[in-house]
Design a protein around this ligand. Structure first.
Ligand SMILES: *Cc1c(COP(=O)(O)O)cnc(C)c1O
Length: 419
């Protein structure tokens, strides 16, 4: 290899990172959320003066010579080495997500559940205990009970919103306090300050799965929670077209998670990272509409004679309304309701009668989605198990997209008239 080629390779090695030109942190001052969503984490000058970041479809990253390897070994943050440990696009989106959540560092994963599993496996060992709220995502509960159970980790489940029970469940072996807020499908809201205070009192790390809230509506780290988790598949990606997950917290708290992610290969694909970066730019705009649609649909349904009950934290009738009002900017696009005097078939008739929402699991995308929890996430539960977890046959969950509010309301009005 002639010296000019080497020279070019060396230039390119540094060129994929900060191009040596200005990288502005937008964290300082009172930069608004939407400005951060668009610009945070990104270099001002990018490859070939492109306004967008490229997708790096590469398994490996090469070194111009042995000195370049030695330099990298001294400063591992300076560049990438192998795709399982990281990719330049990941670093950008991780910085953006860290800024949006107000955390020191972020780690991306291939899915939300990869983030859950990656976090837990990095944190616990045989004999440890985890305290988990009973309304956590059902696969998170399953992972703790089934898979961590096999490894000798004990999971204690406590009712969402019962902080006395949570404190009673803590023993000297408890390593983690895990909550979710708002929860799915009851949309219970956690008192972040109380959970953080319990964690501090007993020296236990606290984690909140904040997928349904998003950093636009609440930033749990500001209330003293140690780590935040998201399924980016939902609002952060926002277009029902990718799967990803993220952990945000202090570099110290997440160091072991970063290592394990590299060992297990839990990271996302470069293409999904690109879609996530693109989706995040409109997060504030989308959340404003999701919040507006959620609130409007919840208020409409609560007044409707064919509706027995509505679960929405933005309604004064919701059990956790006061906590939600104190801590959240908006209450999101998820609305859960019970159809009055309806069996599962009549409830299904409402689901089938709406014309705008598509029928399917998941939430948080621009397209509205609708589902009957007994047939979707809870289809393998026996009727008495479903009753125990508060999933009656006449329950419907709606994820309001960003369609026009009046169109969604008119659609539900016509669907409820059909039964
Ligand atoms: C969807 C979801 C997950 C899992 O995320 P995936 O990206 O589907 O793996 C975890 N927690 C919550 C609250 C979710 O809604």
């Amino acid at each position: 290899m002639d010296s000019q080629t080497r020279q070019e390779e060396q230039t390119q090695n540094t060129g994929t990172q900060d191009t040596g030109m200005q990288t502005r942190s937008l964290r300082s001052g009172n930069t608004g959320f939407s400005t951060l969503a668009v610009h945070a984490g990104e270099n001002r000058v990018k490859s070939n003066f492109s306004i967008t970041d490229p997708i790096f479809c590469t398994a490996t990253f090469t070194f111009a010579n042995t000195d370049a390897i030695l330099e990298y070994l001294k400063d591992r943050e300076s560049r990438e080495e192998y795709g399982r440990y990281g990719n330049p696009s990941e670093k950008i989106v991780e910085r953006k997500l860290a800024e949006l959540e107000g955390g020191e560092t972020a780690i991306l994963y291939g899915t939300g559940m990869a983030a859950v599993a990656g976090y837990l496996l990095a944190k616990v060992r045989a004999g440890d205990e985890i305290v988990l709220i009973d309304e956590c995502y059902h696969r998170t509960r399953e992972f703790c009970r089934e898979y961590l159970g096999r490894l000798g980790v004990v999971t204690k489940t406590v009712p969402a919103g019962d902080y006395e029970k949570m404190e009673q469940a803590i023993t000297p072996r408890t390593r983690l306090l895990i909550s979710e807020s708002p929860t799915n499908p009851h949309l219970s809201v956690i008192d972040y300050e109380r959970v953080a205070a319990l964690g501090k009192k007993y020296g236990i790390e606290t984690l909140i799965d904040s997928t349904i809230a998003t950093p636009y509506n609440v930033r749990p780290l500001e209330y003293g929670i140690d780590c935040v988790l998201h399924s980016c598949t939902k609002y952060l990606g926002g277009h029902n077209d990718l799967l990803a997950g993220v952990l945000v917290g202090s570099a110290t708290a997440l160091e072991a998670c970063r290592k394990l992610r590299g060992v297990m290969g839990l990271g996302p694909s470069p293409h999904n990272v690109y879609l996530l970066q693109r989706g995040l730019k409109t997060l504030a705009l989308r959340m404003e509409r999701h919040n507006h649609n959620g609130q409007a649909l919840a208020e409409f349904l609560e007044k409707h004679p064919r509706v027995e009950k509505v679960y929405y934290p933005g309604l004064p009738s919701h059990r956790d309304h006061l906590i939600a009002k104190r801590t959240m900017r908006g209450f999101g696009g998820l609305v859960t309701f019970l159809v009055k005097d309806a069996d599962w078939r009549q409830t299904a008739a409402v689901v089938d009668a709406v014309r705008i929402p598509r029928i399917g699991p998941s939430f948080g995308g621009v397209e509205s989605l609708i589902e009957q929890p007994m047939l979707m996430s809870y289809h393998d539960f026996a009727p008495e198990q479903r009753r125990a977890v508060g999933i009656p046959d006449n329950m419907i969950r709606v994820s309001c997209g960003i369609e026009n509010t009046e169109d969604l309301i008119a659609d539900f009005a016509q669907a409820l008239e059909k039964i």
